[in-house]
Write a protein of this length. Sequence first.
Length: 202
Amino acid sequence: MSLGWMIAVIVAVFLGGAFLIAAFQVKVTGKRDRAAVALDPGFEGAPVFHGENGSLYVQRDSDRVAIICGDKAPFLGTRADILDVQVVEDGTTVSVTKRKGVIGRAIVGGVAFGGVGAIVGGLSAGSETTSQNIVSKIDVIATMSPGAPAARVVFPIYRKFPGTKGDFEITLNAKRQDAERFRAQITEVLFADAEVERLASV
């Protein structure tokens, strides 16, 4: 077999695998969507965050949330059942937004988005664009109350490709910024009327 055919076969296998993974993910998230709507029709078209081990649904005009995690019983609760949202890098919490109490919406916007801008700038400043850093994974994790079916819902942001030595720092910084933006997006929806405490390098 010529080199060209070998490359074509490898590409075809890779694309076929990617298609199967995407089709499986669509099937899983579709099943979760149906379970949420069956729990409460108000979740039809509601904002949803699909994670690795479950999905989090938030009603637009009420305080209700739904958590669908695999074969575990669907959970119907309120936004107060989401205790915090963290950015975690290789098991270490980098930043976290916690619920503390009810305050004005304007203050929340300043805390959530001002803090994100600050840390994103810090991540970018003075970074080496040619050095490599071994980081296996970066996740955004929502911590649930004890009554929820899972202790947390994990949203994967970055995974190191198996067998590699790691990505360049500029790539990791871009993924870290993605994680901070995603954390801010979730907390804007979940903690819209609650005081938040943003911590870095916890």
